[in-house]
Design a protein. Sequence first.
Length: 479
Amino acid sequence: MNVLMVTSECAPFIKTGGLADVAGALPGALKPLGIEVRTMLPAYPALMPLVARGTEVANFGDLPGGAGRVVQVEAEGITLLLLDAPQLFDRRGGPYTHEGGQDWNDNHRRFASLAQAAARISFDGLADWKPDVVHAHDWQAGLTPVYLKQPGLPVPKTVMTIHNIAFQGRYAPFEGQQLGLRWDWFTPEGMEYHGDISFLKAGLAYADRITTVSPTYAREILSPRFGMGLEGVLNARQEVLSGILNGIDTDAWNPATDPALVRPFDATSLAGKQANRAEICARLGLDPAHEGPLFCVISRLTEQKGLDALAEAIPHLVENGGQLAVLGSGAPELETAFREAAETHAGKVGTYIGYDEGFSHLLQGGSDAILIPSRFEPCGLTQLYGLRYGTLPIVARTGGLADTVIDANLAALRAGTATGFLIDEVSATGISDALDRAFSVHAAGDDWQRMQRAAMSQEVGWDISARAYADLYKEVLTE
Ligand code: ADP
Ligand code: GLC
């Protein structure tokens, strides 16, 4: 079976969040199941060296954003189909934003072009390959199922995965005309959304199957609180909606072989964590002689992640003997709050504002626990990395966090199944309560180490979920 993935990010080539990790790992996990994936991705500046050594497999003169060609190249075990349209993608800045943080004002044309190139390839096929299923990720790929909507013609089946419903790709309707979208699709059942066009809603309306990245989130988004305005279309399409939990790349994230660690370790001996902790302390100016637990944060600094509430709980964390290491970037007010916390609590709180893949591995390697107090979390990957590195996750009871972390209640502690701590309410008080429970288990020593071993033995790879995607593709193909 052939599957075309359509995505705006893919690790290790271009990453702003978990979507990249998923797009980077899923093709390799599907391969042993007989599924050949090719991945359509914009040729951002970081991809241009790969474009130079690839082979042109398609050329379009008239995508919504002008001309573009598709270049195929193998890299890091992935068959990439790069959309080479320099006027759209070969620019300084992020995949979605200027260096200043503002969205590019032609994002609708950029990602409509990605979706249309993917649809045209899917429809016509390449010389040696044609997809049976097209799998579109998030709003950036949301128009793919729409462009593939050709009544009466045999087109590939489509799957739309929601990684984050907060980003909906919403644009004024007149933009739609420039994107080659038909007016008769501009309906409340189709891509119309409060008088605008929503790329994500379009994908949800026209895809054959909808998935999101955890079973709990699949239920949550049916409610107004989590559906963010799209609960109506999701309820209407409930019978084709399912949740498939993300896995992680257990080779890239392996504490026994991770080159970003100063000392590797595994579940039989966690002593190596100490050396990694010392390195974190050195890099962030934390007191190396401190004996209490070291908590970390590795995150986009946004409202979603509940880090404003965490910032308020920092005095409690410090007064009770904890240290905190923060790696993240995003909202200026949160960057300021964590920078100031590092000044106020010198030696106890350390902040690095920025994006640093290697340092994120080191933090997982050397910390005792990772804090993820998200207001909503479709899946979350950092808690899975934490489990794998014996860095106990302290997480909000929502979405994929609730599906992957077993709370250290008394029964779970006794049974030896606990792997982390669940926060019941995302507020300074709720976080402080969870911290208190973590402090008391940490002080007990043995229980904490048992939890670390339980965490490290949890199955967090892609095996089960890759099979779930394979089953879904097979199911949709039989229709
Ligand atoms: P989201 O996709 O909502 O940001 P996830 O937990 O699914 O959340 O994925 C976040 C990914 O981005 C993880 O791989 C995490 O390690 C990484 N990450 C987040 N912030 C940073 C940062 N400042 N530096 C390095 N990696 C980061
Ligand atoms: C999104 C979500 C995150 C999820 C990731 C990968 O960015 O916020 O929870 O893990 O996508 O699916």
